[in-house]
Ligand binder design. Sequence first.
Ligand code: BGC
Length: 268
Amino acid sequence: MTGTPLANQRVLITGASSGIGAGMAAGFAEAGAAVLVNHHGQAHEAAAVVRQIIERGGRAAEAEGDVSRPADIKAIFDAATQHFGGVDILVANAGIQKDAAFTEITLEEWRAALDVDLTGAFLCAQEAVRRFRRQGLDPSRSKALGKVLFTSSVHQEIPWAGHANYAAAKGGVKMLMETMAQELAPEKIRVNAIAPGAIQTSINQAAWGTPAARRRLLKLIPYGRIGQPQDVADAAVWLASDAADYVVGATLFVDGGMSLYSNFAHGG
Ligand code: BGC
């Protein structure tokens, strides 16, 4: 994307110290937004993300906090207000995996994935919407009162053996997003999601880290390459910008065709 489609916009990205979140932080800054980089216990990495944005002439600051804790969420949003005067876009991106075979998933692992991937997204979105209302519509920033963008996953649709907690959380994100979008559209709050496929980050290193794993993974991706954080960032910038003003309640799959049941390309 060229130009600065997000000039004057303030974005809060959760889980922005690494992976897709860090890529989105860079992409949103490039598009002209001021970026609040949230992280949880990754001060060094978050500082590097902020530094790179500032070195390229952008605006960014960091705020530590666990998205599953309401008190932390308030502090993260307050940091955005303190640094930039408010928030126009929330990217609820923070996510974790706690992988295990179904009968081996502990209650702790179940709760950890649901707490961050679903409850954390809910709590951040709720806080964002309350703040959008208090801020009011400012046409010099955006046509919308506010935008919420969830980082979901292809696994909001594709069942995933060995990952029941993660898949359940992402299925929840899908209905959370669609219900919020329906409820809040009359207030000019746009709620959408991105569903990334296999993006090369540390969360899925086991899936691309060796040549054999990479070969197996590529069989699942019709487009023939593993995604990069920038692929997601470009789509996210567009979805959050006024260029997508009529896009409400949509999930944009950024997955190289992973969700197209590629096994059916031959057979069926
Ligand atoms: C997961 C990755 C996985 C990808 C495709 C993502 O949501 O976090 O670990 O590689 O889906 O299966």
